[in-house]
Design a protein. Structure first.
Length: 173
């Protein structure tokens, strides 16, 4: 069961992250696309958290089945942490070496970051409980997933940045 959710989670996260990364080539800037991939004040956080929202959405898919695992919230948090750190290392490592941004490297970074994040999540879910919650793990999982989603959508996506005009950003894309 854990392997099933790991494999299909990998596929879901990779596909949705790639679609989110290239959303402005298909759609114009509006409130939905700006929520999925912010255009105002681009910074490193905006570039490496492409996989976070798909991981959270997949966590809600896993929640009814795997939410009873004591390590569920820990696995989601470590999945996010590993994915963001690997994404940062690959994207900016190649940028430092090649001195330009290559779109194919972004796809490779998304795939590798998601794969390693899912592997870490799988290992945490299969391991012995790190924190024993005694029959309240499902409620803690639900509350934890809602808190992670709120933190991501309210704080990470809406950090006040130096505002860029949308038309200048569209010209760059």
């Amino acid at each position: 069961m854990y392997a099933f959710f790991t494999i299909f989670g990998f596929l879901f996260i990779v596909i949705s992250s790639i679609l989110t990364n290239y959303i402005y080539t298909v759609f114009s800037i509006n409130k939905v696309t700006n929520f999925l991939y912010p255009t105002d004040g681009r910074n490193i956080i905006d570039e490496i958290n492409i996989t976070v929202l798909p991981i959270i959405v997949w966590g809600f898919v896993e929640l009814p089945i795997l939410g009873y695992n004591d390590n569920f919230i820990i696995s989601i948090l470590l999945n996010i942490l590993v994915s963001c750190s690997i994404m940062y290392e690959i994207k900016y490592g190649f940028y430092l070496v090649l001195k330009k941004e290559i779109k194919f490297i972004n796809i490779i970074a998304i795939c590798l970051a998601t794969m390693l994040g899912q592997i870490v999540s799988y290992m945490i879910l299969k391991s012995n409980p790190l924190i024993i919650l005694n029959n309240i793990e499902y409620i803690v999982s639900i509350i934890g997933m809602i808190i992670i989603l709120l933190l991501h959508s309210l704080i990470i996506l809406k950090i006040p940045q130096i505002k860029k005009q949308k038309d200048k950003y569209e010209e760059k894309r």
